[in-house]
Design a protein around this ligand. Structure first.
Ligand code: 5RP
Length: 227
């Protein structure tokens, strides 16, 4: 059994009729979008807002009714993947470059459910380079400022060209080593002019659902993880 699909199937149990649902991006969120599309075809009545052009396409193909960000005031539940999850449910996201829209959805959701396979659980964040979205016109200046926070930076490329986000920005992948204080680093990065958003999602997840290779599914609630 695919652990990403297992986690996604569990997450969509939290979606009920009439909800506005935030759709994540990536290979795990894909399974949630597919499963939701199936339920919509079976009669589930929801509206969804997508965190990327790619997820919007998937939702459209699956027949999920979509609404733009500008038409909604609150999202009932957002289901999204992550690149790393620590024991306090802090996350690194943005491996797919959709971190800005993903964070807007997460921050405006009553419930933010993160779905991962077991490989994403870590003791400390930071093995996965932290994605930071920056404005393209001040690329070098902004990167210089980020480097002063003590990290090694790499501008993300695809086939030799800079990767451009759905918002027209660039992604800088930052190697900080172990991130011991994600809240502080999150603040420091977002204070830098030229930084649009960073991939740290500290204490934002309501629940993390972990799919395991042995077929089991682990549910970690934010209330329990803080104890
Ligand atoms: C995209 C993301 C993804 O949720 C994250 O990269 C995990 O992706 P996957 O489920 O493919 O491992 O943050 O910006």
């Amino acid at each position: 059994m695919n652990p990403k699909k297992l986690a996604a199937d569990k997450a969509i149990e939290y979606v009920t009729d009439g909800m506005i649902v935030g759709l994540g991006t990536g290979s795990t969120a894909y399974w949630a979008i597919e499963a939701l599309a199936k339920r919509v075809r079976e009669g589930l009545n929801i509206r969804a807002v997508a965190s990327s052009n790619h997820s919007e396409q998937l939702a459209k193909q699956g027949g999920i009714p979509l609404v733009p960000f500008s038409d909604i005031e609150l999202i009932d539940v957002t289901i999204d993947g992550a690149d790393e999850v620590d024991s306090q449910l802090n996350l690194i996201k943005g491996g797919g470059g959709a971190l800005l829209r993903e964070k807007i959805l997460a921050a405006n959701s009553k419930t933010f459910i993160v779905i991962v396979d077991e490989s994403k659980k870590v003791e400390h964040l930071g093995r996965f380079p932290l994605p930071v979205e920056i404005v393209p016109f001040a690329e070098s200046l902004t990167i210089r400022q980020i480097q002063q926070l003590d990290c090694i930076t790499t501008i993300r490329t695809v086939e030799g060209k800079p990767f451009v986000t759905d918002n027209g920005n660039l992604i800088v992948d930052c190697e900080f080593g172990k991130i011991l204080d994600p809240i502080e680093l999150h603040k420091q990065l977002n204070l830098l002019p030229g930084v649009v958003e960073n991939g740290l999602f500290p204490s934002m997840a309501s629940k993390v659902i972990v799919g395991h290779l042995d077929g089991s599914v682990e549910l970690i609630d934010s209330a329990d993880s803080m104890n």
